[in-house]
Design a protein around this ligand. Structure first.
Ligand code: CA
Ligand code: CA
Length: 298
């Protein structure tokens, strides 16, 4: 299996980034990732200087043979293993609590088991997810702290082991990169970090041609989502809802009115994160809706 070391990291998604590895459609590839602190923050709160040599580093990019602009890159998350510890650091400058936070408190947690011990009374179940995963945009360079139509820092806690992410291909080879693993993160990521850790992500990548995916899209635990980012939550909500509406119109015989009614009845609109330079929302539907119309996701 092809393995990409965490020596090969970048702080941006760009069509100009030279690929660090190359694979065929259908191959399985392992990405070793650094944590969002560029592996520089220590459990006692000290940092290995220079602090954050790279902001939110992502490993890659991977060139997938045969991927052409207009295709979709299917990324099945086969396996995620994480480091034995994870870190959090309070932010005094951003997030929902910046004015309440008194100092940049750091906590380290043991992530070797099924749970983290948060306090003597609270054990929290680990549910590891990928914060940053994306392809290259067509012309722009987007920093890895920003999400967008290419994916990137979506911080969607449904991007977990066993899920399948569908990303747009904007440039030949797609240029896939990923990083910013969280051992656990709530919807919103309101204090600006999850339980940040590094690890290894094994994915199987496949080039999909001619299927109208509402990218970035995700199949996870019996649900299908479109994940969209914008300047405000209002705009992101509208974008995610409309992407799903358009998808339903394309793959079912339902008209715009019935698709809109359906989403108003059973659509699952949720906040992924409110702390990145663009805000991210997902619109989800039950897989059973696709099954009823015999829509098979590629
Ligand atoms: Ca993130
Ligand atoms: Ca993070």
């Amino acid at each position: 299996m092809l393995r990409i070391s965490k020596e090969f990291v970048t702080d941006n998604c760009s069509p100009k980034n030279p690929p660090v590895a190359c694979c065929q459609s259908g191959d399985t590839v392992m990405f070793e990732t650094r944590d969002c602190y560029d592996d520089r923050l220590q459990g006692d709160g000290t940092v290995i200087e220079p602090e954050k040599a790279l902001e939110n580093p992502a490993t890659g990019p991977l060139y997938v043979e045969g991927a052409q602009p207009g295709d979709v890159l299917k990324v099945h998350i086969d396996k995620i293993t994480i480091n034995p510890t994870g870190l959090m650091r309070c932010s005094t400058s951003a997030g929902a609590f910046n004015d309440l936070v008194e100092y940049r408190k750091v906590r380290q947690f043991d992530t070797t088991g099924e749970y983290i011990q948060f306090t003597d009374k609270l054990k929290l179940k680990i549910d590891t997810m990928i914060g940053v995963i994306g392809t290259a945009p067509d012309t722009d360079t987007v920093m890895t702290h920003t999400p967008g139509s290419h994916g990137g820092n979506m911080d969607c806690n449904k991007i977990v082991e066993g899920s399948t992410l569908y990303l747009p291909v904007n440039v030949p080879g797609a240029l896939l990169s990923m990083g910013d693993l969280h051992a656990l993160m709530g919807d919103g990521e309101v204090m600006i970090c999850g339980l940040e850790t590094g690890g290894e992500v094994t994915v199987t990548v496949e080039v999909v041609k001619g299927f109208p995916m509402p990218t970035p899209a995700l199949a996870c635990r019996g649900k299908f989502y479109s994940i969209q980012s914008a300047n405000t939550l209002d705009q992101a909500s509208r974008k995610a809802s409309r992407a799903m509406l358009k998808f339903l119109q394309q793959v079912t015989p339902m008209d715009v009115h019935d698709c809109a009614m359906l989403l108003s009845l059973v659509g699952d609109l949720s906040v992924c994160q409110i702390v990145d330079p663009q805000l991210t929302v997902r619109m989800g539907i039950d897989q059973s809706i696709l099954d009823a119309y015999e829509v098979k996701l590629p």
